[in-house]
Design a protein around this ligand. Structure first.
Ligand SMILES: *Cc1c(COP(=O)(O)O)cnc(C)c1O
Length: 400
């Protein structure tokens, strides 16, 4: 059987997962070890020079981590992938490995908050020039390109306003200028979108979110060609050291087995909730790529299999109303993560994007009453009922 030809769920379950060859254990044990015993010094030397495949030390490789890397590579249709201790470890290591003093980076102007901080405040300290643009406008990306541009960095759908960037078009622009395209595909997961198939060079994930799906570990993924991944692994990941623990890698591998099944429910729930919110008197605007009102709805339809489980919406009554809403939910949890089996909600202006000034938020489309919802896999009727009762409380409290 050609395992490469298996469909998504079969690959999610089987790729990289092995039964234990020694004991026959159906689920292979987690290799909880920091180092590996080597037969003799000659082999140690060959391992050190990379002349022979094998394990020598936990920061350089671990079988449980390898299993996760194989699984994600199979799902992203990548030659190789590299796991990291967190999404930020994956993002920063991949960028450091591909940028040096005097290079230029073009990045999206609305991206995950810590990525935004890294790109804006840290890269320039290493004399790496950065231009941030609205990557949903392909022309802006083209204009921002310089002769020393080495990487174009986009997030699609992006956090928190769910803007969609045309991966194929931006890949073409980057490649014409000899630059690489990096895509943070955390919101979409490989179930809904595969950036490498659309021309991207590197795809990044916070595995903390949908890939693991259960909210109990941090992790990150970098996937791409063997050449690019090898270059990031050795020496950057090995020397910077942000590797994932085998226990966490094992949790993420387990989570991924149900990714397809979970995403189906996340998407169906988000659609029902978005429809409900679009009709609600307390809601001014819903930002969900699945809504026809979304400015890049047509592009999302082409680029993604479905529209995902994330949405933002603007509550009538501004800043205080947004805060009151997230304080009033009962089943949905007030928390700043996403992509979990249970539903999470946050108020972007006072939480994830509090560091931006009101003017910066306005320019980014983050309204003062904007709330971000990560629809879980609880039955949609319960989530809708919870939002409805919370809206009623806001309406009463603010006398709207
Ligand atoms: C959470 C997140 C990150 C950072 O990942 P961590 O695992 O928290 O380090 C990066 N990008 C996006 C889109 C995210 O949602």
């Amino acid at each position: 059987m050609d395992k490469k030809k298996l469909s998504f769920n079969a690959r999610a379950i089987h790729a990289g997962s092995q039964h234990c060859p020694e004991t026959g254990a159906h689920i292979a044990p987690v290799y909880r070890t920091s180092t590996f015993v080597i037969e003799n010094v000659e082999r140690a030397i060959r391992l050190g020079y990379g002349e022979e495949e094998g394990y020598a030390y936990g920061r350089f490789g671990n079988p449980t981590v390898d299993a996760l890397q194989k699984k994600v590579a199979a799902l992203e249709n990548a030659e190789a992938s590299l796991a990291a201790a967190s999404g930020m470890s994956a993002i920063t290591t991949a960028l450091f490995a591909n940028l040096k003093k005097g290079d230029h980076l073009v990045a999206g102007d609305i991206i995950y908050g810590c990525t935004y901080g890294f790109v804006r405040d840290i890269l320039p300290k290493y004399s790496i020039e950065v231009t941030m643009v609205n990557t949903a406008e392909t022309e802006s990306v083209k204009k921002a390109m310089k002769s020393n541009t080495k990487v174009v960095y986009i997030e699609t759908p992006c956090n928190p306003v769910l803007r969609i960037t045309d991966i194929k078009a931006v890949a073409e622009i980057a490649h014409t200028r000899g630059a690489l395209l990096f895509v943070d595909s955390t919101y979409a997961t490989p179930y809904l979108q595969r950036p490498l198939e659309l021309g991207a060079d590197i795809v990044l994930h916070s595995a903390t979110k949908y890939l693991n799906g259960h909210g109990d570990v941090l992790g990150g993924i970098i996937a791409g060609s063997k050449k690019l991944i090898d270059n990031i692994r050795k020496p950057y990941m090995e020397w910077i050291g942000g590797v994932i623990s085998p226990m966490d890698a094992s949790e993420i591998s387990k989570g991924i087995k149900t990714l397809g099944a979970r995403m189906e429910i996340h998407c169906a729930n988000a659609r029902k909730i978005a429809d409900f919110l679009e009709e609600h008197e307390m809601v001014e605007k819903v930002l969900y790529p699945g809504c026809e009102s979304h400015p890049q709805h047509e592009l999302a339809k082409i680029q993604m299999k479905d529209f995902g489980g994330m949405m933002s919406f603007n509550v009538k009554g501004g800043f205080e109303a947004g805060k009151a809403l997230i304080n009033s939910v009962e089943l949905i949890s007030l928390a700043t993560s996403l992509g979990c089996v249970d539903s999470l909600i946050q108020h972007s202006p006072s939480m994830s994007h509090a560091a931006l000034s009101r003017t910066e938020r306005e320019a980014a489309g983050i309204a003062e009453g904007q709330v971000r919802l990560s629809a879980g896999i609880e039955e949609a009727e319960h989530l809708i009922a919870d939002l409805d009762q919370a809206m009623a409380q806001v309406k009463k409290k603010l006398n709207i």
